[in-house]
Design a protein around this ligand. Structure first.
Ligand code: ADP
Ligand code: MG
Length: 478
């Protein structure tokens, strides 16, 4: 589906709204939102999290309608739709920080100010993502050092630089940090940052318009190429080929290339062509991992300073103790606390944070290492095993007997694994007890299934949506 016209419509609406909404509110409540559709006067606004909904209904629905009508008088109603996949979808959502740059930039102690100048070619350069504002700890020290080295001696030993790690751990921040630092030292240099998704779109577009030469020229003229999330090139042969040639030309010209991915080159073997992958392997490879407690506290301190709101040390420690799955989640909680402060003048306390965490159903006693995808709302009611089975059965049109049975048919295997995943998530049953319910399978089969679904949900937004739909159906989500 081509969502571009909706995105530009949303940008127009946001521009009309912007003067009427405090900037911090706008950034908090419109982050990762989008227009999903326009249907006979009904404008469908997408929200990335369920918790945005009430707030929007109470505060913004009217003003969005007014703004939308100024652009298109045929619009007569605003509908909301929660779409969790918006959270990581830069193609559909708008970067508010770039669209509405802070008019009175806050001077941070010891921070250099970076203007997004001509040489920084991307709509997506985030002025906040500098190497200086990146908090260094054991989990990311090597990656940060490599980033620094690559920006100081571009095209040298650390070429290409390949940074990998899980979602929300700072890859994009580091990549753009390299670009900022290099550009700062070489203001006339052309630095290009692009996501692999956007690169792919450009290749497709260039092929369609028979302008592939122009595209090649554009890329081969840059002094530094930064390309984010290359796992997205999976099975896109033509894009990989284009990228490979550009990449080689730049390396030969001793121009720095910086790449990120959600996994190390070795594990990209089924996704990327070997020649591209082995090129990556010959450069510098560094990972970003989950930050330890001390680093989490330091990151929170850094972010709190940027918000210019006083946070008690105890409060920051409390957040760092309980939010462990990614830096992005840490920031999410902090942002909630900032919103609470600005809306209700509530000074953040351990209690107010605990409330936020509860609201987000972020169980503080959650097992370490358990996959968290987005914020999960608490179950509405106590769920029973049968409820979950019925939900899965109805969704996939497969009988309950088949789900709990022994068939190895592929159409049944995956729904069965989803059922195990949901049962593990929502029922207080041990893995062996669960195995029992599935024709006496052992606990390792259950855990394997659960992990598999968790991974699929992370890798594939469609699967994530399927599972969410079932959860919604059985009443597991609010
Ligand atoms: P990724 O690209 O790996 O998914 P991002 O670079 O988008 O992650 O990071 C998510 C958020 O966390 C960003 O706002 C980023 O600034 C912040 N962040 C991640 N790691 C750090 C760090 N070490 N210091 C400061 N901020 C960080
Ligand atoms: Mg990223």
């Amino acid at each position: 589906m081509n969502t571009a016209p909706y995105k530009s419509l949303w940008v127009e609406i946001l521009k009309k709204l912007e003067p009427t909404i405090q900037r911090s509110m706008l950034i908090t409540w419109f982050k990762d939102t989008s227009v999903l559709g326009l249907d006979e006067g009904k404008l469908i606004v997408g929200l990335p999290l369920p918790m945005y909904l009430n707030w929007h209904l109470q505060n913004y629905r009217e003003s969005i309608l007014k703004a939308a009508q100024q652009i298109n008088p045929a619009i007569d109603q605003i509908m909301y739709h929660v779409d969790l996949s918006l959270r990581d979808d830069e193609t559909r959502t708008v970067n508010l920080l770039t669209l509405f740059p802070d008019r009175k930039p806050r001077k941070l102690p010891g921070k250099m100010e970076i203007k997004v100048g001509e040489g920084l070619q991307s709509r997506m350069f985030n002025p906040r993502y500098t190497l200086d504002s990146f908090v260094v700890g054991p989990s990311n020290r090597l990656a940060h050092a490599a980033a620094q080295a690559a920006s100081a001696q571009p095209g040298g030993k650390y070429n290409p630089l390949f940074i990998y790690g899980g979602v929300g751990l700072g890859k994009t921040h580091l990549l753009q940090g390299v670009g900022h630092a290099y550009h700062h030292a070489n203001p006339s240099a052309v630095v290009l940052y692009i996501t692999s998704e956007e690169f792919t779109n450009q290749v497709i577009e260039a092929i369609r318009q028979q302008k592939i030469e122009g595209l090649r020229r554009k890329y081969r003229q840059v002094d530094m190429l930064i390309i984010d999330d290359v796992q997205f090139f999976a099975s896109k042969e033509r894009t990989q080929e284009e990228f490979f040639h550009t990449f080689n030309t730049l390396l030969e010209a001793r121009k720095q290339v910086v790449v990120s991915s959600d996994r190390p080159p070795l594990e990209l073997h089924s996704l990327l062509h070997d020649r591209l992958r082995s090129r990556f392997e010959r450069g510098m490879i560094a990972d970003v991992a989950l930050p330890d407690y001390e680093t989490r506290v330091a990151i929170l301190q850094e972010r709190a300073r940027e918000y210019e709101i006083f946070f008690d040390q105890k409060v920051l420690s409390f957040i760092a103790e309980h939010v462990t799955d990614s830096v992005r989640s840490l920031e999410g909680i902090l942002m909630q606390a900032v919103a609470q402060y600005e809306l209700e003048q509530r000074i953040p306390t351990v209690n107010s944070i605990a409330e936020i965490l509860c609201k987000l159903a972020r169980d503080p006693h959650r097992e370490v290492g358990e996959e968290l995808i987005g914020f999960e709302a608490p179950p509405k009611r106590a769920l029973k095993f049968e409820d979950l089975l019925e939900g899965v059965s109805a969704y996939y049109s497969i009988s309950i007997q088949d789900i709990t049975g022994t068939s190895r048919l592929r159409e049944i295997l995956m729904p069965r694994q989803v059922a195990m995943y949901l049962a593990k998530k929502y029922l207080r049953m041990s893995l062996s007890q669960l195995g029992e319910r599935f024709s006496g399978r052992d606990h390792s089969t259950v855990i394997h299934s659960v992990r598999k679904i968790e991974k699929m949900m992370k890798d594939d937004p469609l699967i994530l949506r399927e599972v969410r739909a079932i959860e919604q159906e059985v009443g597991a989500l609010r």
